[in-house]
Write a protein of this length. Structure first.
Length: 210
């Protein structure tokens, strides 16, 4: 059997998503840290794995995959994780909620984007103010989207779905940068439930090799 290898960075939201999914699937994997703060992602070795110079990269089933949402879709289909419902309309609603975080909030708050804002202003404090500017309104919109479902206990009901996997990494960043989401009771209920889930707890950045 081919070894499963995850090239990731502990604090990368996209990598965090994959760790959660791999844990949910019960897949044993070897982690190879790619330190974004040292620009390891721009090394020749990593660019050979992913020409975009991004993490994560997942080697699994004889393939090498990039882009977390695409990889999550692959794992969902091949490991029957049930991350998306079968009904086409409901599937669209669930995917839209996940993308509200992974496509709309996350890219704006990416490490390289925030670093560029710091370079432009010449002020390190810009990093935190940038996060505090963009994360809370994005989470407020996600909170409103969750009104479609009863959070019992997760984003869309009784089982973990794609929005849960996207939410927790974003909340890690929100907490890290003191971005306020106190007025999001649905999100806070889901967070409490997911923190107690073994697959999510094991994927937390503080529990990863550096």
């Amino acid at each position: 059997m081919t070894e499963t290898v995850l090239y990731d960075y502990a604090r990368s939201s996209a990598s965090y998503r994959l760790r959660i999914a791999l844990n949910l699937a019960g897949i044993d994997y070897r982690q190879v840290p790619v330190d974004l703060t040292r620009q390891d992602q721009k090394s020749a070795a990593h660019l050979a794995r992913n020409p975009q110079g991004l993490v994560p990269v997942l080697e699994i089933d004889g393939h090498r995959f990039t882009q977390s949402l695409a990889i999550l879709a692959y794992l969902d289909r091949t490991r029957d994780l049930g991350l998306l419902p079968g009904d086409p309309a409901e599937r669209c609603f669930v995917e839209a909620a996940a993308q509200a975080i992974a496509v709309d909030i996350h890219p704006v708050c990416n490490l390289s984007v925030a670093a560029h804002a710091v370079r432009i202003t010449g002020d390190e404090a810009t990093r935190q103010s940038w996060m505090q500017r963009f994360i809370p309104p994005g989470l407020a919109a996600f909170e409103a989207l969750l009104g479609r479902w009863t959070q019992a206990p997760y984003c869309t009901g009784r089982r973990v779905t794609l929005p849960d996997i996207c939410l927790m990494p974003q909340l890690y960043n929100a907490d890290r940068w003191a971005a306020d989401y106190a007025d999001c009771p649905r999100i806070r209920r889901v967070k409490a439930a997911l923190e107690a889930h073994p697959a999510f707890a094991a994927a937390h950045p503080d529990r990863q090799p550096r």
